[in-house]
Design a protein around this ligand. Structure first.
Ligand code: ADP
Length: 355
């Protein structure tokens, strides 16, 4: 969790509110400078890390240093392997029957898709998690048997679309399961059973293709929609016939940038508000779970409604908050870290490595 906290806490002036670390881990990944950022290479960065404390990050914003303490902050050079090490334990939990959620949060261009999908020869969390899943399942051969199935949806403008379906244009609805279990289901949603890790790429490629063909402007679409890959793992212990079901939800969230910056009007404003609605709803849900409130407002957005049975109540969540280290993005960086803090609930005094 965000613990242990250093003894010198009381000497810092920031707000310190610690509820509990629970089952939500908040990680921060800083996007390295890439080719298109090179012009910024010599300008000072507002983001500072403390080499002695990989939980703390400090941002110089409007001439004031603000520090945040999260569960872990990755340096810009952190590799996909290193990031995945933080995720791997959740894969085992999923096989053991937990529902888990992994989110990438941040402004457009901060590296969410890089972290979740990655590149062909350097995959991100999605493929690494699936590879680890099949590997772990293999070690249980003979004692447990498992089936693994995937579905892939996009939430755009608060509409749900099936990226593996015959008609990705069709809008799907989330319904209560008629069996009275209180569980949700999405009638018509395509579930693809996958036998081997090698088959995953084909399925994900189909999803990508469907996503591209239904959008007129892919860049805009991808910054405004959430993509949710759900892996359902059903297990049977061979000797005892004990059953388990775990779900792994891998979510590439819409860009967190605020409405006024885009100068959005009309239809675009509606889209932006819907994005904010889902993101705010997600923050509200996590906050309600952390504060152990009786009412958790899952139904306030499609995203949270869909994830209702995977957030909280003994499930496990990792939020990867992506940030840019560029001065031109410092406002968004502050917003993202405040969001991260709202989830992690710790804000501390200043700290030493400019990145
Ligand atoms: P987002 O999904 O948040 O809009 P992207 O994942 O598309 O952002 O990242 C924007 C650009 O930065 C892409 O070209 C991506 O390849 C690159 N990028 C992001 N993170 C990294 C990283 N850790 N290492 C190398 N390149 C990265």
């Amino acid at each position: 969790g965000c613990f242990p906290l250093s003894q010198d806490l009381s000497t810092h002036s920031g707000t310190v509110t610690i509820l509990f670390s629970g089952n939500i881990r908040v990680l921060c990944r800083i996007k390295p400078l890439i080719q298109t950022d090179k012009k910024e290479e010599d300008t000072p960065t507002p983001v500072t890390l403390n080499p002695a404390n990989d939980c703390r990050i400090t941002v110089l914003y409007k001439a004031r240093e603000r520090s945040f303490e999260l569960d872990k902050v990755f340096i810009p050079e952190a590799t996909q392997e290193v990031v995945f090490e933080e995720i791997e334990p959740l894969v085992t939990s999923c096989i053991d029957g937990y529902n888990i959620c992994i989110f990438a949060y941040g402004q457009t261009g901060s590296g969410k898709t890089y972290t979740m999908e990655g590149e062909t020869d350097n995959p991100g969390i999605n493929q690494r998690a699936l590879r680890a899943l099949f590997k772990e399942i293999e070690t249980r051969t003979g004692t447990w048997s498992y089936t693994v199935s995937l579905n892939l949806v996009e939430i755009y403008n608060e509409h749900l679309r099936d990226l593996l379906g015959k008609d990705p244009q069709e809008k799907l609805e989330i319904k209560l399961n008629p069996d009275g279990s209180g569980h949700l289901h999405v009638p018509g949603l395509t579930l693809v059973e996958v036998k081997r890790f090698q088959d995953i790429r084909k399925v994900l490629a189909l999803g990508r293709k469907n996503r591209v063909t239904q959008s007129t402007n892919m860049n805009e679409r991808s910054s405004r929609s959430h993509v949710l890959l759900t892996v359902t793992v059903s297990g049977t212990e061979i000797n005892t016939d004990t059953k388990t079901v775990g779900k792994m939800n891998l979510v590439d969230l819409a860009g967190s940038e605020r409405v006024w910056k885009s100068g959005a009007e009309g239809e675009r404003l509606k889209e932006a508000q819907n994005i904010n609605k889902s993101l705010l709803a997600l923050a509200d849900v996590i906050q309600a779970l952390r504060a152990k409130q009786n009412h958790v407002p899952f139904r306030n957005s499609k995203l949270t409604y869909l994830l209702q049975d995977s957030l909280g109540k003994g499930n496990k969540t990792v939020m990867v908050v992506q940030i840019s280290s560029l001065e031109e993005n410092v406002g968004e960086t502050m917003c993202s870290l405040k969001f991260a803090q709202r989830v992690c609930k710790v804000e501390l005094g200043p700290a030493a490595r400019r990145v």
